[in-house]
Ligand binder design. Structure first.
Ligand code: NIG
Ligand code: FE
Length: 434
């Protein structure tokens, strides 16, 4: 017998259906919205997503259908968070306080905080502790409606710690959401290679990459190209080698300094160029002509207390395929909340709510090369669905800092239901007890 689930009575069903290409320009505003919709799920896949009468008629021909009543709320694909540093050890609270007192990102690194502090922590951590942390974080992502998470290494940097992080990602994958692993060996130059960065690059390319590929521990390779990290020349070397070895490419590009990394990402056929806070008109034009996804991470600008967000309007107007992600990490973006990222995208980068939703679902799926199976609610795709406690999709970014996710479904299985608040007062309960 097949396993059937009907999500009925959706006031707004956002299908995100459309051609199998990333959304650009006006297409970003097309949510494939169906008023009064329903979704029929069979064995974890979408059988139908459309007008309630049609979908319910199909379901009516079946026996043993489990029903979920969406109560006129918004039903949409789960968020695809295409950029996270999932495995990272403890929060960096000293950095946070130093920054609040006026220190900048680079001063903090020089004082022994920053990425190196997380590297020290990850190297020293027991695998089971890292795994428990990653699982706890994943639960938080799920509570905020994310059903697929890209997860980078990059806080280990030596052989043992990078493998430890990637093995944690593999262990947590599928429990309950999918993780897509990325090797970010080129995050920064570790202290032991401070005087010989070329040797570090050579070691990553010749030793680490082939082994990681052979063991299928990462699908993507990523490099942080910026001041204090890797130069454009080093990044090109690393990415060229990574492509040879069989990785898909991602680049941390134009975050603090303009380096030319975004254009290099386009030139090398990278899947995505991420950050882009310092991107200029030429970068926007290049991304507009390129299949490379422009992934914006406004959480890091917010948390660092900076003002310069990525030029989202310029990117959209130039035809770039814009995606949004959390950049979940302990230094610049400690959040698991895609809805909050949408609030920032709208309020601070002037994306429209519809553009932000496309960027966080179907374009996120393109940014992890999974658009054939996730990112929209279309027949044959994986049934990754969220139900939000709002009647209008524009409320998703509008109510900021509030978690409106009521239910998350992964491959047809309900993996999260919002908890209940006890409404009776302590006084009333005491009276009941008497
Ligand atoms: O994407 N910028 C490089 N990597 C991270 C920050 C890492 C950290 O501070 O720990 C980012 O923002
Ligand atoms: Fe990042």
């Amino acid at each position: 017998m097949s396993d059937l689930l009907l999500i009925r009575n959706a006031g707004q069903l956002l299908t995100l259906r459309g051609p199998e290409v990333p959304r650009r320009g006006d297409a970003l505003s097309d949510l494939g919205l169906i008023r009064d919709g329903a979704v029929l799920i069979r064995n974890g896949s979408i059988e139908a997503a459309g007008p309630a009468d049609e979908v319910e008629r199909l379901a009516g021909e079946e026996r043993d259908v489990t029903e979920i009543d969406a109560r006129r709320r918004v039903v949409m694909p789960g968020f695809v968070d295409s950029h996270t540093h999932l495995v990272h050890g403890p929060p960096r609270l000293l950095d946070y306080e130093m920054r609040l007192r006026g220190a900048d990102y680079h001063q903090i690194s020089e004082a022994g905080g920053g990425i190196l502090a997380s590297v020290k922590a990850v190297r020293g951590a027991a695998p089971e502790d890292l795994e428990a942390q990653a699982r706890a974080a994943v639960r938080n992502f799920v509570r905020h409606g994310t059903t697929t998470i890209e997860a980078k290494s990059g806080y280990g940097l030596d052989e043992t710690a990078e493998f430890k992080a990637l093995v944690v990602v593999a262990a947590v994958d599928g429990q309950p959401v999918d993780l897509i692993p990325t090797y970010l060996g080129a995050h920064i130059i570790p202290a032991e290679y401070k005087d010989d960065p070329d040797a570090y690059i050579q070691w990553m390319c010749e030793e680490m990459m082939p082994r990681i590929r052979r063991q299928r521990l990462a699908a993507f390779a990523d490099v942080y190209c910026d001041r204090g990290a890797f130069t454009i020349h080093q990044a090109r070397q690393y990415l060229t080698w990574a492509r040879e070895v069989g990785f898909e490419l991602k680049v941390h590009a134009e975050q603090f300094e303009h380096t030319g990394a975004a254009r290099m990402a386009c030139e090398l056929g990278a899947t995505s160029a991420d950050h882009l806070e310092q991107a200029d008109a030429e970068d926007a034009a290049a991304l507009g002509r390129s299949p490379t996804i422009a992934t914006l991470l406004p959480g890091s600008v917010f948390h660092l207390g900076l003002d310069r967000y990525a030029p989202a309007r310029m990117l959209v107007e130039n035809g770039a395929a814009v995606a949004l992600a959390t950049d979940f990490n302990p230094g610049t973006s400690p959040t698991c909340s895609m809805p909050f990222i949408l609030s920032l995208a709208c309020t601070r980068m002037r994306m429209s709510p519809a553009e932000a939703i496309s960027a966080a679902t179907i374009n996120g799926a393109h940014a992890v090369r999974r658009a054939e199976s996730i990112g929209s609610l279309e027949p044959g795709k994986q049934a990754d669905v969220v139900l939000l406690n709002v009647k209008d999709y524009r409320e998703i970014p509008y109510w900021f800092g509030v978690n409106l996710v009521e239910m998350a479904v992964k491959r047809g299985v309900v993996v999260y239901r919002q908890g209940e608040v006890v409404e009776k007062s302590a006084k009333e309960r005491a009276a009941d007890a008497r």
